[in-house]
Write a protein that binds this ligand. Sequence first.
Ligand SMILES: NC(=O)C1=CN([C@@H]2O[C@H](COP(=O)(O)OP(=O)(O)OC[C@H]3O[C@@H](n4cnc5c(N)ncnc54)[C@H](OP(=O)(O)O)[C@@H]3O)[C@@H](O)[C@H]2O)C=CC1
Ligand SMILES: N[C@@H](CCC(=O)OP(=O)(O)O)C(=O)O
Length: 458
Amino acid sequence: MTQKRKADDAATTTEALAHAARGAALKLATATGDERTAALRRIHAALKQNADRIKAENKKDLDNAAKNNLSKQLIRRLDLSGADKFDAMLQGVLDIAEMEDPVGKTSLATRLDTGLDLYRVSCPIGVVLIIFEARPEVVVNIAALTIKSGNAVILKGGKEAQYSNAILHQIISEALSEITQSSVTKDAVLLVESRTAIDTLLQMDRYIDLVIPRGSNALVRHVQGNTRIPVLGHADGICTTYLDQNLDQESALRILIDAKTTAPSACNATETLLIHSSHLLTPFFHTLLARLTLANISLRLDPPLFTYLTPLEKQNALITEATEEDFSTEFLDTILAVRAVPTLSAAIAHINSHGSHHTDAIITTSSENADAFLRSVDSADVFWNASTRFADGFRFGFGAEIGVSTNKTHARGPVGVEGLLIYKFRLHGNGQCSGDYGVGKKEYKHEKLEVEENKFQL
Ligand SMILES: NC(=O)C1=CN([C@@H]2O[C@H](COP(=O)(O)OP(=O)(O)OC[C@H]3O[C@@H](n4cnc5c(N)ncnc54)[C@H](OP(=O)(O)O)[C@@H]3O)[C@@H](O)[C@H]2O)C=CC1
Ligand SMILES: N[C@@H](CCC(=O)OP(=O)(O)O)C(=O)O
């Protein structure tokens, strides 16, 4: 078989898959809340029953990762063997299943005229293509969120997690196949494994309604540059924590260490530390350096800061000179770029020009400064006296997350079921025509209608 023929066949198979997802989405759009909840409970039971099968496949990925000398961060992401991670993944499915049904909610109701009522009602987006990193539990998180919100999904996870992704998907498929007489079908959750398949799918705007690339900036840009399908980018996190002039020092240190060390490679870890320059001549500056380096954090200091170091600090191997590039870098490691700024406005300007509009925090006892920061920083998540690591769907109470959107429309920050919904306008009339209204004719009433939020829920 020629290379071209093989490529054509692969594209045909991928197109068939996209077509199947479209069919599943059309059915799913008519599923009742109870049907979607039942599907999630079935998936939960199947994952629980098949824990050993899942862990055995996960081990293959872990063995390959060890053989290929992959980083410890990547191995930590891949590893599903710990009870905590596995149980949290299962619990997430149940939490999402038990959530109030988000589909069919009425958010606006207007009487245009007697017998002519307009309703704005939440509905699924349709088929969503989601590309994400080598973190297997994301297969389950996303499947749960998309089913709950009535969307069909095509998943593509990181290649390092191929065995784990495949088994998780297979168990979800088996569980969905076992449910008969339901509008939630097996094709509601589909999996592809190659970048070639992604390139084909990016051309399928007739079947796919939204692409969510969750990963590096390069991935998001690649997707944006190669498709006509709307893209909801979940890109890198160049997150900053700013230490303002007046603050609770101990709390600032705890927050910073949490933001940098609890998951250094996560997109919500702090990468840049900005400090108000008033701290440079105080003992707090030296405590800060000592506590951060004791926590094994490497500090890349802006060159002007070296003037303020003691001779001992200058000899600390964890303290080195930063380059300008470090202030626009996502280290994904226990490294912090550190810079002093003369004012709050300078901190805000730095974040808006160097950050990635993901998550940024201010540590301050001044509510005025906090308010100015929270209003002016142009990021999806803006926090006051809290760690950037809170930027997460689970911690926000969404059950799980698709990821953290760095887009400005249509969803921003941690994306749960609500970010997977759009709305439609339902107009209920009894024969009215638009030409009946206007100057010298009938007038619109435009009265606000009081209706139950769940009037259209199935
Ligand atoms: N905002 C958010 O919610 C999140 C963002 N991230 C960010 O992700 C990054 C870390 O993940 P990492 O795995 O290194 O990211 P990558 O962008 O390298 O990979 C992520 C996924 O994208 C795929 N991919 C990458 N390039 C292409 C392409 N050209 N065509 C098709 N598919 C492609 C990969 O496939 P393959 O494996 O086959 O190479 C993988 O499935 C960090 O920047 C982190 O901040 C991580 C988690 C959440
Ligand atoms: N938002 C979540 C996930 C972060 C995440 O996916 O990180 P990673 O895959 O390590 O880049 C959290 O805070 O744990």
